[in-house]
Structure formats: C-alpha cells, structure tokens
Write a protein that binds this ligand. Structure first.
Ligand code: SF4
Length: 303
C-alpha cells in the first residue's frame, strides 16, 4: 500500500536537483519530486532568476540565429521575455521588496553591456544556449539536466552557468569546487560534443537591497579522475533512491530542516499519521512537477 493516495511520479531520469535534494533529505525529495508538491505562493528570488535566464536564452538564441550579427533587437527580445515571466514588484515590506521589475531591467542592461564587451574582445563564442540533455550512465540509468550555455574559448569548450545571488563574499567562488552540478555539466558537455571540455565558467549576478547589479566570474575545471568519482557517486545515490522507491520508505534527515531559511515541509513532518500529512500537503502546497528540460514551467518551487 502506498503511503498516501497522492499520485507518485515514476521518473525515468534524475537530475542534480533531485539527487542533491534526496541526499540532503529523502523525505523532502519524496514530497517535492515524487509527489510533486511545491510552494503555493510566489518565490521572488526564484522568479527573478528564471526571468534572468529567459532573457539570456532569448537574447543569445536570437543572436546565434542571426548568424552572430549583433543588434540591440536581440537584447530587447530578451528583456520582453523576462518581463513576461516576472509577475510584478514584490509587495512593500516583503524581505525581497527591492527585487523589482526596475532592478530586473537594470540587471539585464548590465549583463548586456558585459556581453557586448565580451563580443568586442572576440575570444569567446557561444555555440549553444539552454541545452537540455538526458544521457546514460555506465549502469544504463539516465541522468539529465539543462546547461545554460556551451561556448568556445581559446580553442577549448566550456559550459557557462548563470547564478543570480544575493550572497557574495571572498569565499563565494570556493563553493563550485567541488560541486556535483558543475561536474555533471562538464561530463554531459563531453558526452554531447565528443570533445574535451575544460570545465564551467560561473557568471554570478549579484544584487542586494543596497548593492548591485554586479557581475562576478569564476572558473572551475574538472579532470577525468574527478568525473570518474562523480559517476561512481551518482550511481551510488541512484541505488539509494531506488531502494527508497522500492520500499516506499523516505527517511527524514532533520539536519536539513533549516536549509535555505527553513524547510517548507516542517509542519508536514510533525504529524503522527500519513493521512494527516496528505491533508496538509493538499491544503498547503500546490501540484508542481519539476522538469529539468523546462524549468520555467514549474508552478511552485520548494526553496
Ligand atoms: S522538515 Fe526536515 S525532515 Fe521534513 S522534509 Fe524538510 S528537511 Fe526533511
């Protein structure tokens, strides 16, 4: 007997978000990625990030389709696509009330100026934007994701990943080394291209109430040995997830309850009976199916 009457999604492939969340707390992954329950409200930081990614995707794909002939119309198309996604200014008094449509516009303008400068330097050429992938691991199980960009720089291929963040300190760049998401991207880009891939360029767009937008760039490289260890780790995580699915047992790792300012499922995890958990999920969350090939279509987000 399943624990709840909510439908369980049988996923054919997993991505870094699902595997990473399951690693922190299998119960949270169960609620979010297998029962498909997410926030019923708007998460302004996530929407801001989604809007920025959409701007980038539309601007760069329009630029590539034009045969790499730059014009401000590419940027304007990107701005419009972002404004179509970002719902409105957060309400006054909201802790992210500075994340306004005006700040989104300024952020995109700064990013466009940065990109134009990069074009003038002429050493980087973006080949693909928003590249989804679903690839076989050695066991035959599938691992997927979506890379922001693949580009050529000084004769080497690199993945580029965009982060919108309100945190930036002297050690910010350290968090990408090691980092499974970046290793997975490097592995995937090698598989897709059949070429060596040096690693990932992380471009972080930093905004706070009083600072930004600022652009900070970090490089992280990956060797064959690191990728081999990543494959071994992902296969082991997959084993564990399959065991939890098979037994329908989803351990609660309470060390993760304070992640990202506090897990949204805290109340659910305090009920005695699964029927009460199910009722809480139905009343307090919305159906939200995570699809790594189409992240902006998700209705609610967990963090
Ligand atoms: S409240 Fe804690 S135990 Fe429950 S799902 Fe969230 S992280 Fe896991």
């Amino acid at each position: 007997m399943p624990k709840t009457s909510l439908p369980i999604l049988h996923r054919e492939s997993l991505d870094n978000s699902i595997i990473g969340t399951h690693g922190r707390c299998p119960r949270k992954a169960y609620y979010n990625y297998f029962l498909n329950r997410g926030h019923s409200g708007v998460s302004y930081p996530l929407k801001f990030g989604e809007a920025f990614h959409k701007y980038r995707e539309i601007m760069i794909s329009s630029y590539i389709e034009s045969g790499y002939k730059w014009g401000l119309s590419h940027a304007m198309a990107g701005y419009q696509a972002a404004f179509d996604i970002y719902p409105e200014d957060p309400p006054i008094g909201h802790k992210r009330d500075w994340q306004t449509l005006g700040r989104l516009k300024t952020t995109m303008e700064v990013a466009t100026a940065h990109f134009m400068n990069e074009m003038q330097m002429g050493s980087r050429k973006v080949l693909y934007t928003e590249q989804p992938f679903t690839l076989s691991l050695p066991s035959g199980r599938l691992f997927g994701g979506r890379m922001d960009e693949i580009l050529e720089w000084n004769g080497k291929l690199w993945v580029r990943d965009y982060k919108t963040t309100a945190r930036m300190g002297p050690t910010y760049g350290n968090k990408f080394d090691p980092d499974n998401q970046m290793t997975g991207y490097t592995w995937a880009a090698r598989q897709l291209s059949g070429r060596p891939v040096a690693g990932v360029i992380i471009q972080s767009i930093y905004n706070t109430k009083t600072k930004g937008p600022e652009i900070h760039e970090f490089l992280t490289t990956r060797s064959e040995g690191i990728i081999d260890q990543w494959i071994e780790s992902i296969e082991a995580e997959y084993d564990e997830i399959e065991t939890h699915i098979e037994k329908d047992v989803w351990p609660m790792r309470t060390a993760a309850c304070d992640d990202f300012g506090g897990c949204m499922f805290r109340e659910a995890c305090q009920f005695d009976h699964w029927k009460d958990i199910e009722n809480w999920l139905l009343s307090n969350t919305t159906e939200s199916v995570w699809d790594y090939t189409n992240p902006t279509e998700e209705k609610g987000n967990v963090d």
